[in-house]
Design a protein around this ligand. Sequence first.
Ligand SMILES: NC(=O)CC[C@H](N)C(=O)O
Length: 226
Amino acid sequence: MAESSPTLIIGVMAVQGAFLEHQVALKGAAEQISQRPKLVVREVRHAADITSDIQGLIIPGGESTTMSLFLRRNNMEKPLEEWIGQKNHVTWGTCAGMILLSKQLEHQKEGGQSSLGVTDTLVSRNYFGRQVDSFEADLAITNPELLNDPHQKKEYSRGVFIRAPAVLEVNDPSVEVLAAMRLSEKDAPVVVAFRQGNVLSTAFHPELTEDLRWHRYFLNMVLSCS
Ligand SMILES: NC(=O)CC[C@H](N)C(=O)O
């Protein structure tokens, strides 16, 4: 008899931002994974929603200042940090989520912003903001798993950047850079996607494109951790 498909419980922080788009993308991505996991998506809004049976968590884009205040006021910081710290849990931060996860921040709003202190990175908030608020760019993909994705053969992934951050410093060898780009010929490249252990961070918004490979990559991370 064929092995039954695994169930994956994925939490999506639903405080603000593109959490609905992430849910749609997750469903599409799950159908394309060979194990055909059964996906259960839970919206996370309260401390009580952060339960240990959730296997993967997405912290979406939005406004990191608002999100960090919301987390603090609702006593969600500590439970989130504890949840993220468990080795069978996988976390993905997109844009504001990348900011919230970084240990070091630059250009954060004064007094208003704390981080969950997870990734060994220096992330600059609104890094691209001075030039243009929003833009799209093709990102060169080198990671073999992302590159050999059977559903997306392109060597480039379309990145949608909305007042996006960038990683200016990587402070631990366990950080694997997944995508980098430069603002112009004159600028040094900055990291816009990376993985550190069970944490994935992207400065851009894959949930706003047709390219589901980042969601598949995330679900595969969850599958291999469970
Ligand atoms: N699209 C986004 O998530 C923007 C992030 C925003 N610039 C912030 O500081 O939180």
